[in-house]
Design a protein around this ligand. Structure first.
Ligand SMILES: Cc1cc2nc3c(=O)[nH]c(=O)nc-3n(C[C@H](O)[C@H](O)[C@H](O)COP(=O)(O)OP(=O)(O)OC[C@H]3O[C@@H](n4cnc5c(N)ncnc54)[C@H](O)[C@@H]3O)c2cc1C
Length: 403
């Protein structure tokens, strides 16, 4: 990992600082990512895509910037946008999870059709994996699809589907080959959420907001060419998407910004005139977390370097989700503690409400619990680290019929 800035790197740094000076006022506020992007966010996203600060390495023919992977460029973009307090771009399931999956295994037609508008935030995707009775044991899903007259006809139910209440499209895992062993019987379909027969029922979480949903399918017709790879390849495709999901959820870039926000909060005098940064136990927590975020960031850069060289990071990659989401929750817990009584008084507000500082931290604190569950729980991540990463013996499985 070479961290020296070359002339082109310094030029990129200067370019982003110039953007901050000339266009910074157009940036949407940080946060608010768990709702449909508004006009301001979409305009900012377009600007970031045009300049190559989002989708930098995605080929131009698919709507990206076509640059070669460069670890330092990625780090400079993240750092400079964070330093200027600019919105770093939409972090959606479409951009972070589906786009890299299509780049790996999508057809040429699928890449040309879906990647550009997804990058620009014009198409919002949701992930239709989990079902009642199939979460950690995802391969047990029962939503069925049968082929009829050039279409898959889908029947079944999904649950915990984030963003489905405002998404345009879903990447759906369903069972198309019921006679094959369970992992080999799945397919991965791209489904328009406006297809007749789809019913979305929002679920309210402990934040008081509807963030995920139940989704019911009754004879939903999906053109057969909207399958990614072939029938029975769904488990393979779903796992590629999950790999990207886990890297996104554990990405330390947003944690760096979070540490800075907490440090600012702690340096301000509270209602009692005291500063939390002067309290040794709180300062100690901040410094420990800051060190862990820094370590996580270096680890992230090392992974980027390995991937840019075409190497498989193996075990190193399996720790990202567990470590990053746990760290995120500990950071928001510190902020809530620093806020004192203000961190306790939470009143659920409407989806469209502009959140004040305390509410933003409280929502993060509650939502971060979900991030330790979604995309594979912390317990499942530990199993993966132990069994696939470290090669430890597999944990005993429950006997059939007794789970
Ligand atoms: C905020 C949030 C957003 C989500 N968004 C989506 C989404 O957009 N799309 C989607 O499809 N799903 C989504 N999910 C669902 C998520 O993927 C599942 O909740 C998760 O995979 C766990 O499945 P489950 O809820 O069925 O729990 P279960 O699998 O029933 O697990 C229950 C408990 O048992 C533990 N456990 C299970 N098996 C083992 C084992 N082998 N070893 C040790 N412990 C085990 C788990 O860790 C957990 O603590 C979301 C969840 C959350 C919280």
């Amino acid at each position: 990992m070479d961290l020296t800035y070359s002339e082109p790197h310094r030029a990129l740094q200067a370019e982003i600082r110039e953007l901050a000076r000339t266009h910074g006022h157009l940036s949407p506020k940080q946060g608010g990512g768990r709702r449909r992007p508004d006009a301001r966010t979409l305009a900012w996203q377009r600007l970031l895509v045009e300049r190559g600060y989002v989708g930098r390495t995605i080929p131009r023919e698919y709507g990206g910037h076509g640059a070669q992977p460069d670890v330092l460029e990625a780090a400079i973009i993240a750092d400079e946008l964070a330093r200027a307090g600019l919105y770093p771009g939409i972090m959606s399931q479409g951009i972070s999870m589906l786009v890299p999956t299509l780049l790996e295994v999508g057809s040429e037609e699928q890449r040309r059709r879906w990647i550009g508008p997804t990058l620009r935030g014009e198409i919002i995707w949701c992930q239709g994996y989990s079902e009642p009775g199939a979460g950690s044991d995802l391969a047990s899903i029962r939503t069925r699809a049968v082929v009829d007259d050039g279409h898959f006809v889908v029947n079944g139910q999904k649950i915990w589907t984030s963003s489905a209440h405002y998404a345009d499209m879903m990447f759906l895992l369903c069972r198309t080959e019921p006679d094959r062993p369970k992992h080999a019987g799945l397919s991965y379909l791209l489904v328009s959420m406006s297809t007749p027969g789809i019913e979305v029922r929002p679920l309210v979480t402990m934040t008081g907001r509807a963030e995920f949903n139940e989704v019911f399918f009754t004879d939903v017709r999906v053109p057969v060419d909207q399958i990614v790879l072939g029938r029975g390849d769904g488990w393979h495709v779903a796992n590629l998407t999950l790999k990207h999901e886990r890297l996104m959820l554990g990405d330390p870039s947003k944690l760096v910004h979070r540490v800075e926000r907490i440090a600012e909060l702690m340096a301000r005098a509270g209602v009692d005139g005291e500063r939390s940064i002067d309290r040794p136990e709180l300062r100690d927590r901040l410094l420990r977390l800051q060190a862990e975020v820094l370590a996580s960031r270096c680890h992230h850069l090392r992974l980027l370097t390995q991937r840019a060289r075409g190497e498989d990071p193996g075990l190193a990659q399996t720790i990202v989700k567990y470590f990053g989401t746990t760290l995120g929750h500990r950071l928001s817990a510190l902020a809530v503690d620093v806020l004192g009584a203000g961190g306790l008084a939470y009143e659920p507000r409407g989806e469209a409400a502009e959140d004040d500082e305390a509410t933003t931290w409280q929502i993060d604190y509650m939502y971060d619990v979900g991030l330790m569950i979604g995309g594979g729980t912390s317990q499942i991540q530990k199993n993966i680290i132990a069994e696939r990463g470290l090669g430890l013996p597999r944990e005993p499985r429950a006997a059939p019929g007794r789970s």
